[in-house]
Design a protein around this ligand. Sequence first.
Ligand code: ARG
Length: 408
Amino acid sequence: MTNEKVILAYSGGLDTSVCIRYIQLVYKFDVISLTVDCGQNEDFNAIEEKALAIGSIKHIFVDAKEEFANNYIIPSIKSNGLYEEKYPLATALARPLIASKMVEEAHNHRAIAVAHGCTGKGNDQIRFDVTIRALDPNLKIISPIRDMNLTRDVELQFAQEQNIPISLEAKKYSVDLNIWGRAIEGGNIEDTYSEPPADAFQFVKFDNDSSGYLELEFENGIPVAADGQRMNIISLVSYVNDKAGSSGIGVVDHIEDRVVGIKSREVYEAPAAVAIIEAHKDLEKMVLTTHELRFKRVVDEQWSWLVYSGLWKEPLRSDLDKFIDATQKKVSGKVKLKMQRGSLRIVGRESRHSLYRDQLATYTARSIFDQSSAKGFVELWGLQSTVANMIDKVNRSQDIEDGGATAR
Ligand code: ARG
């Protein structure tokens, strides 16, 4: 009798490598490993060899870069996707895509379960499980690290006993990587006061003093050209990762609220995400009305929260996407960024949808703005505040009089 099969999402890192062996030994299932390329630019042959050497009976590789860029990164750019105003959601965006491939392959291979290497302490377990259930509520989900409450130290020990090779980096940090960013957790980063060492970073360089410009062109909210060259979204993101990263742009270091209630110190490098979202936000300010902008900020924040918290398949997300898409019809134009030694500044923007009117804004004689019309407006604008302060003052002096009366 052959064993039942499980599709395991496999990255080649510590957690997923020990999972292959645990699933065989503890759960007694056959493992089919699945690696999904979301632009992590790794040696996928080596990853496959490693999976097979540990004991996977078959390895599947899926190139999902295009899908990731078009269906996940682009909507996130349009939504200025940043969790807690900082984290560009790289890992959060890739998880539902990987989950959808797991389910697809489980069906293709008649597997009874899907498995992932998430711990029970993070957000990734939520993103995987919720998406998998949304796609097929009957698939069993196996999560060895969470099920057995394993720590990284125990995993390292097990890997050593089982002759499972573990990279030097994996011994130091827990890393997750795709084209939209790289997350670095664990190791000395768990000390909230210690600065992450330069060698923790892969894209961001800290030794470049020269300053440079980057011009990004958007059409309907989507970046379509960089430095005057039209590129597809994947090439553009890689180009900006290299260029902004070499100017030291893109490090995010913050205290993050995980869905499970833990506050964690998170370090990311995401040069393209940081630069593109900054530019996109700036262009929106030029072409959207103040009313659209105020409302969109709330929508963007909600969108980021849904994605962060694993609710990619929640209908509200696609409802919000419809509003966001509607606003993006005007977000076309160019933004000029200046980058130097880790600082990024927008120094220019232009758009044919621009609501900026020189004749209204100028302080020179070109002005067509009639200042006399401001007077009445300002009076009415502050009317309720004026009344409220007046009433407050009257009541306070009344209270003092009354207080004085009682004292006598
Ligand atoms: N805190 C981030 C998130 O929730 C990054 C998770 C990174 N995962 C990892 N295995 N290191 O999206």
